[in-house]
Design a protein. Structure first.
Length: 387
């Protein structure tokens, strides 16, 4: 039997926690009722959803569980937040502000408003660490601005943004603030009330829950135009029969984080730093991307001096890692995040994204560092002079 590779792609997805799966199982087998049905099976499903909604609300610091709406994933949550939020604010203007390093789902939602609804948009640049300066956000705001979307933590380089400062710029102007919290929520680093955001998108499979389920935090009093209509589920904002097993798994995964039954952030950060230090020692000309301190504890983005990252990974079958966002699979274009922080296209193609998770071990980190260093030393593909 072939052994599993060392998994260092936790930004793309995380393994489903067995404890979350255990809670899901009854709703995949015997407790199969529709939560909108009035009979006992339906009431059992409805009760389970209520518990999951409260658990997700607890994870993200929502004051009221009703502020959590379940969706099919973070992408749908993002589109409901951005498109639904902007359309609801249409009488007040038609300008959107975002940043150059947002997830493609955010950029696509904004582009939909531009292409189909006549909105205009501004993408604010970031510094070499991937941080947007609140002053640049302020400068981009106009009397016509209705929504700002800035991710809390970047999915490629891990840099955390100053959302609380940005919220001070938007709140008193009546501008909606959305943040993509898919990466940070799994570390328990996101607090919607503390950061004063109006909307926040989440994904269960980024925090050891199942795929195919996400959530949108909607601060009380925030108006949205529904993007999926029908039976009136989720306060009329997201129609469709609720995915009970996945919602239960999402709630269970959230509860594991808030109940302190998962490894401490210091443990994950220590493993990330161990991997980083060993690779920098072995590959002296390699460089780390992202903010040196204001960065997710498990994220390491490393630009190599010679080998292209995709070629290197082809020679590392024992390691599951990435060159950038998994959403860029199938394209030869370099990461827009890496070019936005100033890397050249050749440098971006020489960049590895390594992600430590709560199941990663010291032995795995040490073996991965040795394998990557060895491959980088021996794999020197010919490159053109333009590189």
């Amino acid at each position: 039997m072939t052994s599993q590779p060392i998994y260092l792609d936790h930004q793309a997805t995380t393994p489903l926690d067995p404890r979350a799966l255990k809670e899901m199982m009854p709703f995949l087998t015997t407790a199969y009722g529709n939560p909108n049905s009035a009979h006992p099976l339906g009431r059992e499903a409805a009760k389970a959803i209520t518990t999951a909604r409260r658990r997700v609300a607890d994870l993200i610091g929502a004051k009221n569980p009703v502020e959590v709406l379940f969706t099919s994933g973070a992408t749908e949550a993002i589109h409901l937040a951005i498109v639904g939020g902007a359309l609801a604010k249409r009488p007040h203007g038609g300008h959107i502000v975002t940043t150059a390093i947002e997830h493609k789902a955010v950029l696509a939602a904004v582009q939909r408003l531009v292409d189909h609804h006549g909105y205009t948009s501004t993408r604010v640049a970031v510094d070499e660490y991937g941080r947007v300066h609140p002053g640049d956000i302020a400068a981009a705001l106009t009397p016509n601005t209705v929504l700002v979307s800035v991710m809390h933590a970047n999915n490629e380089i891990g840099t955390l943004q100053r959302i609380a400062v940005i919220s001070q710029l938007t709140a008193h102007r009546g501008i909606l603030l959305h943040t993509d919290a898919a990466q940070s929520a799994g570390y328990g680093l996101f607090d919607a009330d503390e950061l004063c955001v109006d909307l926040a998108s989440l994904s269960a499979h980024k925090l050891y829950g199942p795929k195919g389920i996400g959530a949108l935090y909607v601060r009380g009093g925030t108006l949205l135009t529904a993007q999926q209509t029908g039976g009136g589920q989720e306060r009329g904002l997201r129609a469709g029969t609720l995915n009970v097993p996945a919602i239960v798994g999402f709630g269970a995964a959230a509860h594991l984080i808030t109940s302190d039954t998962t490894p401490a952030l210091t443990q994950i950060r220590a493993l990330r730093d161990r991997l980083q230090d060993r690779l920098l020692d072995a590959i002296p000309d390699a460089t780390v991307n992202g903010h040196p301190t204001r960065r997710l504890p498990g994220t390491l983005s490393l630009t190599l001096p010679d080998a292209e990252a995709a070629d290197l990974l082809d020679h590392l079958p024992d390691i599951a890692a990435a060159t950038g966002s998994a959403c860029n699979t199938g394209t030869s274009d370099p990461s827009h995040v890496l070019t936005a922080i100033g890397l050249t296209r050749p440098q971006a193609r020489r960049t590895l994204r390594l992600g430590i998770g709560r199941t990663t071990t010291v032995a795995e980190v040490d073996r991965a560092a040795a394998l990557i260093a060895q491959a980088a030393a021996t794999h020197r593909p010919a490159r053109s002079s333009a590189a």
